[in-house]
Design a protein around this ligand. Structure first.
Ligand code: ADP
Ligand code: MG
Length: 340
């Protein structure tokens, strides 16, 4: 065998080896940037948690399990939950104060803050009224006027006191509904957990309550679609670029029924017990923490376009888009305009 021939063979072998190495390296890279997701029906809605940079399904299963943990605290309808027991007076009590978990006390404090901020348009003491409605069944039940009349005096956040981890109601029969704030709180807690495990890129989607962890693996922002009111889930009206932020919407199209041509939706006026009637179909809040976005999306919807937008403008690091009945989009001054 000539020397030249040997060198050619050696070179060819080397090139082959390099190509193979490169091929497997690339495959490995691809594998690492392929997102992993878990999905499920929890908290009465569709949940999807996606992680882009840490391929660890055990981590995601744990994140999912956190939904159950918090549901067992905050659910108004689950008869084993802490809030259910609080609302039914079956929690341990001392001098009129019911002992709750630190998490429930923390969330109730947040709820009270937003009740105050919205001057009661958002009111976490809504349970006596909201329990008269059912927006999930086929039955289309509108509460009897008498039942509403009896329940309304029991709704007033000013009659709630929190001391440490204990809660006191001023009137018997009062109860909490954390439905407008709990998903945001849970999303924040899931993010906290995933970040503590080293996740730098991911999306937590609790029924449209979206919280981003960092940005996409290539460093570009996530593209989050804002749902088109009354269209199939997934159909979006606008898409915004977000990194490490929460995007939460409240709207009349989320849970509603129609009876005799009237649309009844689940954001209720604590003063009347009836759905808020303004010309809004949805409010989307862009914020750092999802608990704030969740509380604010409901609060701003309840306040209506003018007062709601004024509230958003008064807050730091908070932006919003309101969609009106006639299809108008109202943006806050710092909304990421280029992505409209
Ligand atoms: P979603 O649950 O679709 O994300 P929201 O965050 O706006 O929507 O929460 C709506 C839920 O909040 C209702 O189902 C009810 O449990 C509760 N709620 C309704 N009206 C009010 C209100 N005015 N203040 C506080 N909570 C409310
Ligand atoms: Mg909300």
């Amino acid at each position: 065998m000539s020397r030249k021939y040997k060198i050619t063979v050696a070179c060819a072998a080397l090139i082959l080896l390099f190509s193979a190495f490169f091929f497997f390296y690339q495959k490995q890279q691809e594998k690492q940037t392929e997102p992993v997701s878990v999905t499920g029906f929890k908290l009465n809605t569709m949940i999807k948690i996606t992680v882009y940079d840490k391929i660890n399904t055990e981590l995601l299963e744990h994140a999912m399990a956190l939904c159950d943990t918090y549901e067992s605290l905050f659910s108004r309808t689950l008869s084993t939950s802490e809030i259910y027991k609080l609302n039914h007076g079956t929690l341990p009590e001392k001098n009129g104060f019911f002992e709750v978990s630190p998490e429930t006390a923390e969330l109730v404090r947040k709820g009270l803050y937003y009740a105050e901020l919205s001057e009661g348009a958002f009111d976490l003491s809504l349970a006596p009224v909201s329990s008269l409605w059912d927006f999930t069944s086929e039955e289309k039940v509108i509460p009897e006027p008498d039942a509403l009349k009896n329940a309304l005096p029991l709704v007033d956040y000013k009659n709630i006191t929190v001391e440490g981890n204990a809660i006191h109601f001023e009137k018997e029969g009062m109860g909490l509904d954390l439905g407008a704030i709990a998903k945001g709180y849970i999303a924040d807690k899931i993010k906290e957990f995933l970040v503590s495990k080293g996740v730098k890129s991911g999306i937590i989607n609790l029924g449209g309550n979206v919280l981003c962890i960092g940005s996409q693996p290539d460093g570009t922002p996530f593209k989050i679609g804002i749902q088109k009111p009354f269209s199939d889930r997934g159909e979006t009206s606008i898409t915004i670029n977000v990194s490490d932020k929460s995007v939460v919407s409240s709207g009349i199209y989320e849970r509603y029924f129609k009876k005799d041509g009237i649309l009844y939706h689940h954001i209720l006026n604590p003063k009347t017990g009836m759905p808020y009637a303004n010309d809004l179909v949805s409010v989307t809040i862009l914020s750092d923490q999802s608990v704030d976005g969740d509380a604010l999306s409901t609060s701003c919807f309840a306040l209506g376009a003018e007062k709601g937008m004024a509230l958003v403008e008064s807050l730091e690091n908070t932006e919003a888009v309101f969609i009106t009945e006639n299809g108008e989009f109202l943006y806050s001054s710092g909304f990421p305009v280029s992505d409209k």
